[in-house]
Design a protein around this ligand. Sequence first.
Ligand code: HGY
Ligand code: MN
Ligand code: MN
Ligand code: MN
Length: 416
Amino acid sequence: MASNLPIDGARLWDDLMQLAAITEPDKPYTRRSFSPLFDEGRAWLRRRFEEAGLATRIDAAGNLIGRRDGSDPSLGTIMIGSHSDTVPSGGRFDGIAGVLTALEIARSLADRGVMLRHAIEVVDFLAEEPSEFGLSCIGSRGMAGAMEARMLGYNDPSGEVLAHAIDRVGGKVSSLTNARRSDIAAFFELHIEQGLVLQDSRIDVGIVTAIVGITRVEIVFRGAADHAGTTPMHLRRDAFTPAAKTAVFVDGIARELVARGEGHFVATIGIVSVAPGASNVVPQEARIVIDARSENRTLMDEFLARLDAETAQFAVDSSTERAVFEHLSDTSPTACDSGLRELLRDSANALGFSSTDIASGAGHDAAFVARIAPAAMLFIPCRDGKSHAPEEWAEPDALAAGTAVIADAVMRFDRM
Ligand code: HGY
Ligand code: MN
Ligand code: MN
Ligand code: MN
């Protein structure tokens, strides 16, 4: 039996388009974490949270949280949320769909004067996308007590240190050590699928089984700047050569691991920089960041070991130095809570929506929240599986349907 918490799909859609419009005008849709546009988006969200009667704050990890107390404080908190930052030239749904559907649920409760037994919190997690500091899921990592001291020392190209940036957006790094939450009874995150399964199978919602493990490795090769015209090939210490060999190696080993059929494996080199960066200067330094993902930890460990061995050899072969080989971050595969998945399935059925189990090849804040609370994710279809690009699109009805399913599951959980 559906719990019938009506969702105002038009209000939700209007909010989404308004927040999405806060973007770098010449690179839609870009609202990078820690940027002035991110702050503008946060200010917009905070106003919306407050209009919905939520007690709003920024926690020590820099997460924006809106809270509506429950009737029984002993029962803890039902948390719903996602992130409002984007990748460069990203889309209008990745992240903010999950924040705004959470807000819509809180608003629907407020509109009807419904007080749940649990408190409910709407969350915009800080910097879910890999930030300019090289780290992703900064806010959820902090909330889960998983922020390592070394990470707070990471800096961005401007030289700002992450600890300073978190404080700058309202966090309090000095209190991070006791930021780990223990009161969250359940966490739900709605997200676009960022894949083709739901669209191709014409299924309304995806109930996420597990979230892929992600390891990001930074490698810097250092050689010697030389004249491109007068330096003979055998005398060069070209830093880009080992970097280029690494790119070919990573592509090859990823395909080899996939061919074994022991689970999902992907590897991407999305960041490449060369210094000094002139066509007539032999590169002195080359920096790459590798993003590798798998739900099979053994495959990941083999990849990392071979990457270490091969790139060390590439440096020797090109008379350069592998100056940096650092695991910027490393998360293992995360299973979503089976009880909450069951609730989502019951809610989808009760509301007449088709559903399927689905694994997530994308990383999400839920993977960190799962370290401190039962966590579940609901996917809605996105057109042609496209995401991390301006063409990203989801239908208003799909957004409303996903919100209704989570709202129903929240009401069911609250009554358990
Ligand atoms: O990169 C990811 O998987 C997510 O979109 N942050
Ligand atoms: Mn993303
Ligand atoms: Mn996302
Ligand atoms: Mn996420």
